[in-house]
Design a protein around this ligand. Structure first.
Ligand SMILES: Cc1ncc(C[n+]2csc(CCOP(=O)(O)OP(=O)(O)O)c2C)c(N)n1
Length: 517
């Protein structure tokens, strides 16, 4: 019998959804029961909903196709919301299937009843099913909504009776996102503005492929403009083979300084740059007030930023910019205790070609982006877009399952990694090719910097306690082996180099705790 659950799942598979990261409960059992009958759907258990949502985000960033999550009512969804927030900011397509009580049961306000739609609406598109007859059509509608463009988080709230009753035949459609075509007047105007001099381009969103970066380099060569990359990109091609542009700095005073001489800022796949946080006596906007902001490709309208940059280069008759690949960094370990710079330098020397670097290394990750990523072999970087920490390890899981032929390096700050540390178990269970590098500075270093910026030169014991991760020291190697991931701890660049080379030579997961002095 085709149940509503089967209509839902089979329609999603035919629409191109190939994986479901799940943490189900009783209200999702009819869906769980049909999964074995749907061969095209891989199912992965996450031990916390933030693992499921972050893994779906990682999968979708790498494939451009939505992954599904299966979550248990309002509380289960709420546990996954931080990484859905990150997915929303990255414009990643994700489809959530959230079970709810059977419609007749809702009136009794049983213990797990809550306003699920109030939660789902905060991160995107929402539809609450009323009857089983909708199950196939709603499943397809959710995939279409997720694909956009722009990509978004789409949630279906599915009462248990809609899952278990006899359902409609599955639909057989595979939707594809249709990016918006730009009129020729848009690159023409951007060219005119940039030719006036003192121009800048801010790249973001889908501009950060090799093609987009090369087109931006051509435009820069033809107009003498500066180019920056948005501070928190969702996905960026990096390495010696592509032109290197700096990220717009994180702290307002540095970003404002970087843009101070700009009279035009062309936005290519990026929004207007604003401060992550407001500070007393600091403006929120980064570009000078008198500067013209011109949108070449709007990421929220689903514009193709690569084609827009190429059209701009053509408009300028800009020759293809010659890129001289950065030199392979000479690496000779010093045997000294690791610091962020030597850790990143060592990693750059050994990052394998075509790797995926999931960068949630926080302050160490900024050093990687600013100095070292451009010297490494060609790789793809996923970054934390929405600022909600706990994205890195689940993203690495999703990316590794999406691209089994590529090595994933989960470049992970220790504090952030502990939010979704259960990801290690799913990584082990799925034998994912993930090398986790934990930057163990044993503190919330960025928050210590923020305290100093707030003028607290000598934090008291309470402020200190809130940014310190010792007492007790967290033993990452023990944690990892508890979750089934082989692990070691290193203290010097030579030890780190050895451990990294060994890990990359083996299939399956591995964790290296890199203890920072
Ligand atoms: C979900 C969420 N909770 C809390 C924060 C606030 N926060 C920002 S960074 C940070 C800790 C960063 O420490 P760590 O990950 O160890 O990196 P480090 O700064 O030491 O490099 C915290 C708690 C946040 N951004 N997101």
């Amino acid at each position: 019998m085709t149940t509503g659950a089967l209509s839902l799942v089979e329609t999603a598979v035919r629409a191109g959804v190939k994986v479901c990261f799940a943490n189900p409960g009783t209200t999702e059992m009819p869906i769980v029961a049909v999964l074995d009958g749907v061969p095209g759907m891989r199912v992965v258990l996450g031990l916390f909903e933030g693992v499921c949502t972050g893994a779906a985000d990682g999968w979708a960033r790498m494939t451009g196709r939505p992954a599904a999550t299966l979550l248990h009512l309002g509380p289960g969804f709420a546990n996954g919301i931080a990484n859905l927030h990150n997915a929303r900011r990255a414009r990643t397509p994700v489809v959530n299937w959230i079970g709810d009580h059977a419609t007749r049961h809702l009136v009794f306000d049983a213990p797990l009843t809550s306003d699920i739609a109030a939660l789902t609406r905060s991160v995107g598109w929402t539809r609450t099913l009323k009857t089983v007859n909708e199950m196939a059509e709603a499943s397809l509608a959710a995939v279409e909504a997720a694909l956009g463009p722009p990509g978004r988080v789409a949630s279906l709230i599915i009462p248990a009776d809609c899952q278990w009753e006899p359902g409609p035949e599955p639909l057989s459609e595979t939707p594809f996102p249709k990016l918006r075509d730009l009129p020729g007047s848009v690159p023409r105007e951007a060219a005119r503005l940039l030719l006036k001099g003192h121009g800048g381009i801010l790249l973001g969103g889908n501009a950060l492929t090799a093609r987009g970066l090369h087109a931006a380099a051509s435009v820069a060569a033809a107009t003498d403009c500066r180019v920056w990359i948005e501070t928190f990109p969702s996905l960026q091609e990096c390495g010696r083979h592509v032109p290197h542009f700096p990220a717009l700095p994180y702290f307002p005073e540095q970003a404002i300084k970087a843009l101070e001489n700009i009279t035009t800022l062309v936005l290519a796949g990026a929004r207007e740059p604003v401060a992550f946080f407001a500070y007393p006596d600091q403006p929120s906007r980064f570009a000078p007030e008198a500067a013209t902001l011109y949108t070449l490709a709007d990421p929220d309208a689903g514009d193709n930023a690569v084609l827009a940059l190429e059209a701009l280069a053509q408009e300028l008759d800009a020759p293809v910019a010659a890129t001289s690949p950065a030199a392979m960094p000479a690496f000779s370990p010093s045997g000294q205790p690791l610091d962020p710079d030597s850790l990143c330098r060592t990693m750059a020397a050994f990052t394998p070609e075509n790797a995926i670097v999931v960068n949630e290394a926080a302050t160490t990750g900024f050093t990687w982006n600013a100095v070292h990523a451009s010297k490494a072999a060609p790789h793809t970087m996923l970054f934390i877009t929405g600022g909600a920490i706990g994205q890195g390890l689940p993203n690495a899981l999703g990316a590794a399952l999406a691209c089994p032929e590529r090595r994933v390096i989960a470049f992970q700050a220790d504090g952030s990694g502990l939010y979704t540390v259960q990801s290690l178990w799913s990584i082990a269970r799925e034998s994912a090719d993930v090398t986790v590098v934990v930057c163990a500075n044993r503190r919330y270093r960025i928050l210590q910097a923020e305290l100093a910026r707030a003028g607290i030169k000598d934090p008291g014991p309470k402020a200190q306690a809130l940014t310190d991760l010792t007492r007790p020291v967290i033993d990452w190697a023990e944690l990892a082996s508890g979750f089934g991931v082989p692990a070691c701890s290193v203290h010097t660049d030579s030890e780190f180099a050895g451990a990294l080379v060994r890990s990359l030579a083996e299939s399956g997961p591995n964790l290296i705790e890199a203890v920072l002095a």
